[in-house]
Design a binder for this molecule. Structure first.
Ligand code: XMP
Length: 427
């Protein structure tokens, strides 16, 4: 018999309990932390997966207030070059689209658009965005959507780039706990956070590997994935510099780990477990909890924040965007992008990240390969998430992320879940 039988909660099992709001939703501040030292302004970061985060997405995210973690399913030199590309990029949010005033000549705006290598300009009048002009005739629909998404984002929040001490964009990179050479090379290239990227980090070899790496590098270290209170206590007691905890086991949309192995720790429960360990140590809020996987929408992200997380990490919400790697695939009249688990056959065939699933690699596939609808620019995703999160925290009565930790979640019954959706009407 198991010593202890835990009941696990996932996003759909709970709701936010409405609380007294002291500010309007539009005034909610989403500033948070990715690591103890890295502040971000949108609490949603991208997963290190080979169909999600390479330098293109990481650059756009950092320009707009978040951070991307570059995957490790590539050689060390490639990953180092990707980090350098982010670091050398123009850090301004206005490198994503041009900014123009109605008084400027068309030629002047066209010159700036070309200089920035973008395809559209947003026209400002008296400090507010009023319209946009598309210049890129090869991809006009994409640029029109991106400009509109940008205008929507500007209504919610004035983008602030996430910068290092030298004014360069910040970026994370995934590593194996056993690859000191990769960790050192990325550290020398100026990476801001090294994200330990294994499916089950609560393992004595992983803990000693991370402890060794932590002594050799200066970048922040995020450990994961973890699922239990004990795993957090073990890491913090055995590794000197833990700057972030990536939590959630097998809850990702492309994960088959739970199905194949029976092991599972839903992201929401993993956050609750990690928070309880950090509170015991007096470290909650000092070491951020990164809730990883399973997010369908801003409501789920808000639930993770209320449970105690500082940020959400997602692959699924980003895989369909133009800035993610991977080709677009047309099926009938619809456009999709490929999205696959790092434990899927296709990802493992590239072989660089095999030890994500143990050392040496297990012979089982723990992820699936699929398609997600094409989403246009990541700017559209961020605009939606920022608006949604502000509304959610408004209901929870939280003016910012730290106050969200004081808000409440409540268990919902099956009948409640049914009532919480649109019902009894034809849609
Ligand atoms: P979402 O829900 O955004 O989750 O698709 C992304 C997270 O899922 C994890 N991941 C995997 N987990 N098998 C797994 O069990 C896999 O093949 C796999 N690939 C990624 C990872 O934590 C990611 O951030």
């Amino acid at each position: 018999m198991p010593r202890e039988f835990r009941e696990l909660l996932t996003f759909d099992d709970v709701v936010l309990v409405p609380g007294l709001a002291t500010v309007e939703p539009s005034e909610v501040d989403l500033t948070s932390k990715f690591t103890s030292d890295i502040e971000i302004y949108i609490p949603l970061v991208s997963s290190p997966m080979d169909t999600v985060t390479e330098w293109g997405l990481a650059t756009t995210l950092a320009r707009l207030g978040s951070i991307g973690v570059i995957h490790r399913n590539m050689g060390v030199e490639s990953q180092v070059s990707q980090v350098k590309l982010v670091k050398r990029s123009n850090p301004s949010p206005w490198a994503e689209v041009a900014r123009a005033s109605p008084r400027e000549s068309f030629e002047d705006v066209a010159f700036r658009v070309e200089e920035l290598q973008v395809g559209a300009a947003i026209i400002f009048s008296e400090g507010s965005p009023v319209s946009f002009t598309v210049f890129d005739q090869a991809n006009p629909e994409f640029w029109a959507r991106k400009a509109l998404g940008f205008i929507r984002l500007l209504r919610e929040y004035k983008p602030v780039p996430v910068l290092d001490e030298d004014g360069r964009l910040r970026v994370g990179a995934a590593i194996s706990p056993f690859d000191i050479a990769r960790a050192k090379a990325l550290d020398e290239a100026g990476v801001d956070a090294l994200v330990i990227d294994v499916a089950h980090a609560h393992n004595v070899n992983v803990i000693s590997g991370v402890a060794r790496i932590a002594k050799e590098v200066s970048a922040d270290i995020v450990v994961g994935n973890l699922g239990t209170r004990e795993s957090v206590l073990d890491f913090i007691s055995k590794v000197e510099r833990v700057s972030g905890l990536r939590v959630g086991i097998a809850s990702g949309s492309i994960c088959s780990t739970a199905e194949v192995t029976g092991a599972f720790m839903p992201t929401l429960t993993a956050v609750i477990e990690a928070r309880s360990a950090l509170e015991e140590l007096g470290l909650h809020g000092r070491i951020p909890i990164i809730a990883d996987g399973g997010f369908k929408n801003a409501g789920d992200i808000a639930k993770a924040l209320v449970a105690g997380a500082s940020v959400a990490m997602s692959g699924r919400l980003f895989a369909g965007v133009e800035e993610a790697p991977g080709v677009k695939i047309r099926v009938g009249s619809k456009v999709y992008k490929q999205y696959r688990g790092m434990g899927s056959r296709g990802a493992m065939e590239r072989r660089f990240a095999l030890d994500r699933y143990s050392r040496p690699s297990k012979g089982v596939e723990e992820g699936v390969e699929g398609l997600v609808p094409y989403r246009g620019s990541v700017v559209e995703v961020l605009a939606e998430v920022v608006a949604g999160l502000k509304a959610s925290l408004g209901y929870a009565g939280a003016r910012d992320v730290e106050n969200a930790w004081k808000a409440r979640l409540a268990r919902v019954t099956h009948a409640g879940r049914e009532e919480a959706r649109p019902h009894d009407v034809m849609i």
